[in-house]
Design a protein around this ligand. Sequence first.
Ligand SMILES: NC(=O)c1ccc[n+]([C@@H]2O[C@H](COP(=O)([O-])OP(=O)(O)OC[C@H]3O[C@@H](n4cnc5c(N)ncnc54)[C@H](O)[C@@H]3O)[C@@H](O)[C@H]2O)c1
Length: 397
Amino acid sequence: MSNTSINFGLVGIGNIGRAHLKYLNEMDNVALIAVCDVDQEKADQFASTYGAQAYYSASDMLANAGIDVVIIAVPHYDHPTIAIEAFERGIHVMCEKPIAVHVNDANRMIDAYEAAKQTYPNLQFAIMFQERTLPFYAKLKEIVASGELGQLTRATWIHTKWFRSQTYYNSGGWRATWAGEGGGILTNQCPHTLDMYQWLFGLPALISGHAHIGKYHDIEVEDEVTAYLEHANGMIGHLIVTTAELPGTNRLEIVGDHGKLLLENGKLLYYKYPESMLTFTRETEQQFASWELEPEEVPVDTTVPNGHAVVTRRLVDRLIGLDVDLIAEGPEGLGALTLANGIMLSSFEKRPVTVPIDGDAFLRHLEEKIRTSSFIKKVNEGPETLVDMSASFGTAK
Ligand SMILES: NC(=O)c1ccc[n+]([C@@H]2O[C@H](COP(=O)([O-])OP(=O)(O)OC[C@H]3O[C@@H](n4cnc5c(N)ncnc54)[C@H](O)[C@@H]3O)[C@@H](O)[C@H]2O)c1
């Protein structure tokens, strides 16, 4: 193990920020030297716990702490400002998902990163899509990327394991508001699902979205969404997500010309076809047919390390000079955000939208929602409660 030590600073000591602090404190080649929160008491408390310097403004930390990497774990609207300032100072960024609230901001971040690389060629921009490391999803990626399914025809993902109660939504003033969060399930809970979708299948050419605003919760943003997605290669996709279903379902079906994958309940089943499904469809003399196929269960090693620490470790490994790829490059965050904004734009305008989406049009809707909001946000009274974040992380089950 190299002796090199990378100086880390973290901004935003909330639910996820604390999870980052915990593993960073134990990670080789990492010196956690700065923590920052606008809540000064919190910053002081965690600085003292971890032997770091406390800062109360991200700008101050970026300018004065001497950090090599900043982890951005504040609410979404502030991701671009902090990331851009970090890039301009040559500081590497690990940004929490979503990359930003809207694609225009994400593009500003990506442009700033590209510009800063002229001065700092080794500058790194990573995004926290830790679900890419989950063993079942990593296995799906391996199979889909190998091309063995042949031409993909359909991907249907019902992901309703994002249950959030009203109490959750009331736990922070910024949550589930247009001004504070910029969206609902697509912006907060589902970026991982959206990233996984575009990681596996790429972006669709056409998006048709149907979003329900505050259907099951007293919130002003979407809590139930269905989307129909058309890809340039002919594949169609469906996404069905909600934060109001118990017990939730996480079922992903991927159909190709040579086989079909089904992931559900911690089991990955593979129906391998005896011949090309599309050729059979065109050429068989049978008018009706069914293939009685026994699926193979694909072995998946669920004991491999995964999660947030693995994503950050990969960035550290790169920074200490190992020849490794990041789990997710920052600019890839634009994919999930294009889906999120595209689905909402389509839903707002009640028409399908093409990709790349019109970022200005989405922003006009968002600004209008903020301007005309009459929603009175309820926030839980009392001291801040610590949340067990592990219950919110996806497991691909
Ligand atoms: N990757 C994951 O699994 C995962 C899980 C949860 C949250 N997140 C993301 O992490 C981010 C934070 O979410 P959370 O649930 O931890 O929020 P939170 O509300 O629990 O914590 C946010 C913290 O940031 C502080 N803060 C706000 N604005 C700030 C600023 N400009 N400068 C410094 N401090 C500031 C707040 O005081 C608070 O302590 C969000 O973007 C969210 O989507 C990712």
